[in-house]
Design a protein around this ligand. Structure first.
Ligand SMILES: NC(=O)c1ccc[n+]([C@@H]2O[C@H](COP(=O)([O-])OP(=O)(O)OC[C@H]3O[C@@H](n4cnc5c(N)ncnc54)[C@H](OP(=O)(O)O)[C@@H]3O)[C@@H](O)[C@H]2O)c1
Length: 325
């Protein structure tokens, strides 16, 4: 307790907007509730939800409680535990996805409830670990729980070089599915390093013209739609769009299209905090079955450049933000 400072550095926003709205400020540490832990953050990583929230895309749902600290992925060391905490103690290294409104990982200290975290094994690098929680949980829950992907089924992963995409293609392979990976020419060698069954360069060939029939179209990027892609889904096939809010808005139209499509379905998902899933992911990573690729590592004071880079939407894997020690 005594080595916890009263104030620390945070990247905060006081208004919604472009990357330039970030300010680095000395601020009082967040308070923990009885079911939360306080973490000295080693690193966080950027997910598209961070820059969507920075722009104010979720303000109708989450409000505008400025100053806001964004960021969900976190790796670090537990420095304080609420009285209801049983799984973690001070000094434990942990990794997870925060469950607060707007996150709160872009600072030297962060809080979250117990079920957001898992212990970080010694074998995994503390900085790199910040890259994996959200994208691996999302890809696992999408393929196992929403799609129920089966061996020898064929899946298209659209956006195969990005954070979720490069994990989805590895998990689909762990499930013994045939994987067709879609990305640009610039990402081809990176995506091919994961040995998908097929690679489609979207800058040269439209997926819409494919003559294949597939079981699943995993639209990670979210730039297609169920009505446009249902013609290449097998009977009973699934179109899965990761853009949750957009999918909810399109749900009535998709339901109408489902009536005429022999069991084909449009689905979406919202990542859930499931500690057992984090355990499984850790096991795969320790066994070398799942690799999270780090594209860039930024310092906290480079947060503007980090968001400018990530928001272009052409990262290979993940971008990390390291906190000052
Ligand atoms: N619902 C949930 O719970 C949940 C959870 C996590 C993420 N998401 C959402 O999932 C989406 C993807 O997240 P992410 O972390 O994977 O993002 P990301 O890392 O920024 O992904 C970017 C990837 O998209 C590819 N891409 C860009 N334009 C493309 C196009 N026209 N066709 C095909 N691929 C294209 C890029 O490949 P090239 O560089 O080769 O163009 C790049 O590799 C975001 O919208 C995010 O909000 C949802």
């Amino acid at each position: 307790m005594s080595n916890i400072p009263e104030k620390a550095q945070f990247a905060i926003i006081n208004k919604f907007g472009g990357p330039e709205v970030f300010e680095i400020n000395e601020r009082t540490l967040p308070e923990i509730k009885p079911n939360q832990i306080l973490i000295k953050v080693t690193a966080t990583s950027i997910n598209p939800i961070d820059w969507k929230q920075r722009k104010g895309n979720h303000k109708l749902i989450l409000g505008s409680p400025f100053p806001i600290t964004l960021g969900y992925d976190v790796s670090g060391i537990v420095v304080k535990t609420g009285e209801q905490i049983t799984l973690f103690k001070t000094g434990d290294k942990v990794v997870g996805v925060l469950d607060n409104k707007y996150g709160g990982a872009y600072g030297q200290f962060a809080v979250g409830t117990e079920n957001c975290f898992t212990h970080l094994p010694l074998e995994l690098d503390e900085t790199d670990a910040a890259a994996f929680p959200m994208v691996t949980l999302t890809a696992l829950q999408a393929l196992r729980d929403v799609v129920n992907l089966q061996p020898r089924q064929t899946i298209i992963v659209n956006g195969a070089s990005g954070g979720v995409g490069h994990i989805a293609l590895q998990i689909a392979q762990l499930m013994n599915a045939n994987v067709i990976a879609v990305a640009s020419s610039k990402s081809e060698s990176f995506v091919r390093s994961f040995e998908p069954n097929e690679f489609i360069d979207y800058t040269k060939q439209s997926i819409l013209n494919t003559n294949q029939q597939v079981d699943v179209f995993f639209d990670v990027v979210g730039n297609y739609s169920f009505p446009k892609t249902k013609h290449f889904l097998k009977n009973g096939g699934i179109y899965l769009n990761l853009n949750y809010i957009d999918s909810l808005l399109k749900s009535p139209l998709n339901k109408l299209h489902q009536i005429f499509t022999k069991g084909k379905k449009a689905k979406t998902l919202l990542m859930k905090h499931v500690p057992e899933d984090l355990e499984l992911i850790k096991t795969w990573m320790l066994e070398g079955k799942l690799n999270v690729h780090i594209d860039q590592i930024f310092e906290l004071n480079q947060i503007i450049a980090a968001h400018q880079y990530a928001e272009k939407g052409h990262s290979k894997g993940k971008n990390i933000i390291k906190m000052p020690a």
